[in-house]
Write a protein that binds this ligand. Structure first.
Ligand SMILES: Nc1ncnc2c1ncn2[C@@H]1O[C@H](COP(=O)(O)OP(=O)(O)O)[C@@H](O)[C@H]1O
Ligand SMILES: [Mg+2]
Length: 499
């Protein structure tokens, strides 16, 4: 049954994931420019039960207790149920801010408490996979925790991990939201109705009144505040809830594979040798492991943490601003190919190669350095399933390429993840950069005769526009049927030979 749910959720999640929009201030160095097509027929069917009713009597663990990243003890089974505070009696259809769950903590610039003893201690070897079976329960943090966080070493990921829970995902401390879900006012009622149609989930929603507009808004805004991508100090924190954590599952899969096969010890994050940025901490809460009685929307979060890449821009922004020469383009293309070689060596398929999933770090004195990010669609070659990317960058064999049928369709096909799909995506990105100086973010933006409308293959005459013969050959061998396509290793070799 869960497999079924998972399959539905994969489709849904791709839809939700690709419909993210910026709804809060974006950090200045992060420029999101890419409008991403949304498969509109896919609807949210993820179960979302009622918010906080369970209040744990045990005290919030001190940050230092969590820092070791070892599995935490089983939660105290004793819980007390307290009625949720009555919603504001004033019913309004206007968006209202979510009430702060418990006494508002105010930070006064008063005596700074002794910093957590972990700060400044010798770095421990971290195990980034803090997969634990226990359930996260919300308990608002106290002022001490907040002050400790405020004065923590901003590079110390242990501090971040230690505090993420008591800080209730930083709702009361400084964070910038990079992405949040695009939620609408009737989403919560719709989701609850779907839960009611799925009795196998055993989520009791009987006391939720769908006509109670205020409580619907409360749920909506709490969800909005909580899940998304946040920039916190030197880190990017991705947060999903247990009913919809497929992106963090994918990240988990990648990190797990790298630890198992590539000696990734979970401390590096920004890997300049292989041109990837991967999470240094993945905390996954499986729906299956959450007791049915406790499956609520706001308690069960999954999160991943990765280092923030300062002074970086996504490839498309960098192209617009820097207008790089072909030599520099070949350098960053080679770096992307290097990232693919690394991942493919361990059978990891990125699954969503596109400009928005790259970061180019610039420095006045040195060459730009590209990093591949976002493993939310990643999987294992020939094993897991995916879409092969975002439509304008999808290989024809995924069924999501640029055919006439796809131009008219909002749906995505799901097929086995393949390394070949990634190679196509890299090829199409740099082919259009070379020919047109940019990437296209909608299929309809390509020149009308660019693709064969039936096969999704590129019209041969476009290759002839590249005068450099080895370069032309490289793209011909990349943007061709999957069984003839070169591997990432060959792609990297050809790029290096051509330069
Ligand atoms: N490690 C990072 N450092 C700096 N910016 C980042 C980092 N990771 C993500 N971002 C920014 O956040 C955006 C969204 O991140 P991404 O992982 O692609 O999530 P999504 O699932 O929303 O596509 C990226 O396009 C980039 O601008
Ligand atoms: Mg992305």
């Amino acid at each position: 049954m869960f497999k079924q749910i998972k399959m539905i959720s994969q489709t849904i999640v791709h839809s939700i994931r690709k419909s993210f929009k910026i709804s809060r201030p974006v950090p200045t160095q992060v420029v999101i420019t890419e409008p991403v097509p949304v498969p509109t027929q896919v609807v949210i069917t993820e179960p979302v039960p009622e918010p906080t009713q369970v209040v744990i009597t045990e005290p919030v663990p001190e940050p230092t207790q969590v820092v070791t990243l070892k599995p935490e003890p089983e939660p105290d089974p004793v819980v007390t149920l307290e009625p949720e505070p009555e919603p504001d009696p004033v019913v309004t259809l206007e968006p209202v801010p979510v009430p702060v769950p418990d006494p508002v903590v105010t930070l006064k610039p008063e005596p700074v408490p002794v910093p957590d003893p972990v700060v400044g201690s010798a770095p421990e070897k971290l195990n980034p996979l803090t997969l634990s079976d226990h359930v996260f329960r919300y308990k608002p943090c106290d002022a001490d925790t907040l002050v400790r966080w405020k004065y923590a070493d901003k590079n110390d990921i242990r501090q971040l991990i230690a505090m993420i829970r008591p800080l209730y995902l930083f709702s009361e401390c400084s964070k910038r939201c990079i992405r949040t879900y695009d939620l609408y006012k009737d989403d919560i009622p719709r989701i609850i109705l779907k839960i009611r149609k799925r009795p196998q989930l055993n989520i009791d929603t009987s006391d939720i009144n769908l006509n109670d507009t205020t409580s619907m808004y409360r749920m909506l805004y709490r969800l909005k505040e909580m899940i998304g991508i946040f920039h916190v100090k030197n880190f990017i924190v991705r947060v999903e809830h247990a009913f919809d954590n497929s992106q963090i599952r994918s990240e988990y899969c990648v990190v797990h594979q790298l630890i198992k096969h590539a000696n990734y010890d979970g401390t590096q994050g920004i890997d300049s040798e292989h041109h990837v940025v991967v999470p240094v901490c993945v905390q996954l809460n499986n729906l299956e492991k959450i007791p049915e009685s406790e499956r609520t929307l706001f308690h069960h979060i999954s999160y991943s943490i990765q280092p923030f890449v300062w002074k970086s821009q996504t490839l498309d922004t960098w192209l617009r601003i820097e207008k790089p020469c072909n030599e520099t383009l070949a350098t960053v293309c080679g770096q992307l190919a290097q990232a693919l070689v690394y991942l493919h060596t361990y059978n990891i398929v990125h699954g969503d190669i596109k400009p928005a999933n790259t970061l180019v770090r610039i420095s006045p004195a040195a060459e730009p350095v590209l990093y591949l990010i976002d493993y939310g669609m990643s999987g294992i070659h020939d094993a897991s399933e995916g879409t092969g990317g975002t439509k304008p960058f999808c290989a024809p064999e995924t069924g999501n390429g640029c055919t006439k049928a796809m131009l008219e369709s909002d749906t995505y096909h799901w097929t086995k993840n393949k390394k070949e799909n990634d190679v196509w995506s890299v090829g199409i990105m740099f082919f259009t950069i070379l020919l047109f100086g940019k990437c296209f973010f909608y299929q309809k933006d390509y020149p009308p005769d660019f693709f064969d409308p039936n096969t999704g293959r590129i019209t041969p005459s476009y290759f002839n526009q590249i005068s450099d013969e080895p370069m032309r050959d490289l793209f011909r061998r990349t943007l061709c049927p999957a069984d003839e396509r070169i591997t990432a290793v060959d792609l990297l070799r050809l790029i290096n030979t051509d330069r």
